[in-house]
Design a protein around this ligand. Structure first.
Ligand SMILES: [Zn+2]
Length: 175
């Protein structure tokens, strides 16, 4: 995965990925379109958690006449088909994530850059951190079903980019 894409590097789907996309869209009652395929391919190819506007600018290099409204529509179709996650992080900006497994995020509060945390954290870790949390919330009549966690900080310019995170299956985060 990389963040920078121009017209020549905008990802394309393999035949297998296109078949998965067609199937998932079909299951969700959404049509397969070239625009949806291009948006899906872009989202799968970047680690940057782009906003709809960023997806629009990237996909426009391949489909010049696509509108921002169509990109929004494509992104919503992918979210409905469980092919992408819609994230609203602490800065209030809506971003889209091509990873649909539960995982946590790092956000640079100066630049807005968002990356995946490359280690798994599960809900049990939260209970270990605050042992009285479960009983206390139960006594308040509140049951935890999920949680969001983002780590805020600065990405150092000299730091090596995070390696491809392993598949994280045990993390609880609100989709
Ligand atoms: Zn992510």
């Amino acid at each position: 995965m990389s963040d920078a894409h121009d017209a020549s590097t905008l990802a394309m789907l393999s035949a297998e990925e296109e078949l998965c996309l067609r199937h998932a869209l079909d299951q969700a009652g959404c049509r397969f379109t070239r625009q949806r395929a291009a948006v899906f391919a872009y989202l799968k190819s970047v680690a940057s958690h782009p906003t709809a506007e960023e997806v629009y600018r990237a996909v426009q290099t391949r489909i010049p006449h696509i509108s921002l409204a169509t990109v929004y529509n494509c992104l919503e179709a992918l979210v409905s088909s469980s092919l992408a996650q819609k994230l609203t992080l602490g800065d209030g900006r809506t971003r889209y994530d091509g990873r649909t497994d539960r995982h946590l995020h790092l956000r640079d509060h100066a630049t807005g850059q968002v990356r995946d945390l490359p280690v798994a954290v599960d809900l049990n870790a939260l209970h270990q951190l605050i042992p009285e949390l479960g009983p206390m919330l139960r006594s308040m009549g509140f049951e935890i079903t999920d949680y969001r966690l983002e780590l805020l900080g600065r990405f150092q310019p000299f730091a090596s980019p995070l390696s491809e995170p392993p598949l994280l299956r045990q993390i609880d985060e609100v989709k």
